[in-house]
Ligand binder design. Sequence first.
Ligand SMILES: *Cc1c(COP(=O)(O)O)cnc(C)c1O
Length: 464
Amino acid sequence: MRYVSTRGRAPELGFDDVLLAGLATDGGLYLPATWPQFSAAEIRALAGLDYAALAERIMAPFMQGSVLAPHLGAICREAYGRFSHPAVAPLRHLAPNEWIMELFSGPTLAFKDFALQVVGLMFERLLAVRGSHITIVGATSGDTGSAAIEATRGRKGIDICILHPAGRTSDVQRRQMTTVDAPNVHNIALEGTFDDCQNIVKALFADQRFREEANLSAVNSINWARIMAQVVYYFWAAINLGAPDRTVAFVVPTGNFGNVFAGYVASRMGLPVAKFVVGSNTNDILTRYFETGSMTAAGVVPTLSPSMDIQISSNFERLLFDMGGRDAAAVDRAMAQFKQSGAYAVEPKHHQAMTALFTGRRLDDAGTLKVIGDVFRATGELIDPHTAVGIAAMRAVEIPCDVPRVALATAHPAKFPDAVEKATGRRPGLPPALANLFSLPERFTKLPNDLDQVKRFLKDTVIS
Ligand SMILES: *Cc1c(COP(=O)(O)O)cnc(C)c1O
């Protein structure tokens, strides 16, 4: 399989190079040159497979020609074998025609484990084949850092350094990173904000010499392999609810647009999907876009669902490219305009095509608490604030009553105990695997908000 950049000025690459590159050299994102197709009969034949076996079947066409292709089955079994629920992505009935797909039985209790557990193993194997070493550097405000650390801890050929803003993450989220005891894991508590962390990471990548010296790599959600792994659970849910002979709707609490874009990929591969409903918190750039056709950034407001406190949904660029007739020059112009003015408009016919398949709904913090409370009183289930934003969106849109709706539960409620307790009076407990999180020693290095000191730290710890 060949991959092309959304901006059209980077070389076409195969899967292995796309995995390691992350971002294309022209600033664009990689997409497969063509979408693999599954006919209705082929989808029907996938029923009954367990999650790891389904993952292998769905991902295989994207990895044709990869040195990892012969190892894909083993990688899927190892990655999903680490999930605590035997179904991996269990579906629970919430109300008539409403389902929740729980995506939080991975090691760090958020859906990011579905992709990062696979990607960590792929990195390790590929680096072994190539005999090389990488340093993964990233900034996190929450779930990505811990999921990336958990996916790469102890893996050969990889060092990982995650910057978090000192004193500004939740205790659970910070401890999930800082209590990991592995020699290749390095945590920096930066005296600054999340934006300061991200600016330092960007500056490290922009320094060509340092980038090559340290062999820097990223695992943020613009990496194609993460999208690819997330396609699987859309097939999983739909097949379990009767696809291809029944059409389903998906509801996705959204930040960077990575998760819901994976659903779009599933639909392009032949899965019948009636609608994608995007849930936004107060940071509602996507909901406003679907309403107006104009993508207009606004300031980020902190909310109870911090993993969606984002004003630039990077993966939307992939949708713009694919639904805009794969016109890379037009994407390039839109992105340049967005960078310069903070806004761009999508051609009406393309916007119309998008709104036939996607719609968005927003929910503020008061509404989020109300939904968590309502669901608890109606069903006895505790849900996290991100999931609550999705459930509100699911109930706000009109979908034909013969179409089952699946709301993606993206995090375990115990990751956000304060909000859940405030809404329900119940404090969710951590699952057994994480029960000792608050008794383990923390390991991190506190550094001032200073690029040179971060570089020195990396030189001393990983480039030697
Ligand atoms: C990352 C995250 C999201 C947002 O997902 P995107 O792929 O960025 O749209 C939603 N909920 C939780 C819990 C997350 O960790």
